[in-house]
Write a protein that binds this ligand. Structure first.
Ligand SMILES: CC(C)(COP(=O)(O)OP(=O)(O)OC[C@H]1O[C@@H](n2cnc3c(N)ncnc32)[C@H](O)[C@@H]1OP(=O)(O)O)[C@@H](O)C(=O)NCCC(=O)NCCS
Length: 141
């Protein structure tokens, strides 16, 4: 997803509001979860967020999401957010986020999601790390 930062997205310093970035992160992750599951998906959990560097009015926010692990009806989605100066092409890290989405069937109940294809070591290790984070998350709730 690509967003151009307008004055209505910014605080008094001319930087994008954290809440605006969070809304874009949620939207980007929802699209990713729905593409993977083929279902409507709702946000169940958002991990801690650290805002590394600001993005200002007139700059661009780029968001990239992927499914980092799948469980029975839930999925962990990672979103990388970068700022971009579209005139110079310079880009920088803004936020890395992880969210859990649950796929919902036509009667509003959680429904199974397809597993990630475990066809390479990168995916297997991403799934294993996601399972460890899931245990930590579910201990908190
Ligand atoms: C998320 C939600 C659908 C889960 O429903 P539920 O009746 O608790 O369902 P279950 O207990 O069967 O859990 C379903 C899955 O959600 C996961 N889950 C539920 N709460 C969770 C949480 N706080 N963090 C992470 N995962 C969670 C469960 O681990 C389970 O995953 P699994 O099937 O992959 O093992 C329900 O709590 C809900 O609708 N919450 C509000 C969502 C919302 O309004 N989001 C914002 C707008 S989109």
């Amino acid at each position: 997803m690509t967003e151009y930062v307008l004055p209505q997205h910014a605080n008094a310093l001319g930087n994008v509001f954290g809440g605006q970035i969070m809304a874009w992160v949620d939207l980007c992750a929802a699209i990713c979860a729905q593409r993977h599951s083929g279902r409507l998906a709702v946000t169940a959990f958002v991990d801690d967020l650290k805002f590394e560097s600001p993005v200002k009015v007139g700059e661009v926010v780029r968001l990239r999401a992927h499914v980092s692990a799948t469980f029975r009806t839930s999925m962990e989605i990672e979103v990388r957010v970068e700022g971009e100066d579209s005139q110079t092409q310079r880009s920088w890290a803004c936020v890395d986020a992880r969210l859990v989405f649950v796929a919902i069937d036509g009667s509003g109940k959680p429904t199974p999601v397809p597993p990630l294809a475990m066809d390479d070591e990168g995916v297997r290790s991403s799934q294993a790390r996601g399972e460890a984070r899931r245990r930590a998350r579910l201990d908190k709730v």
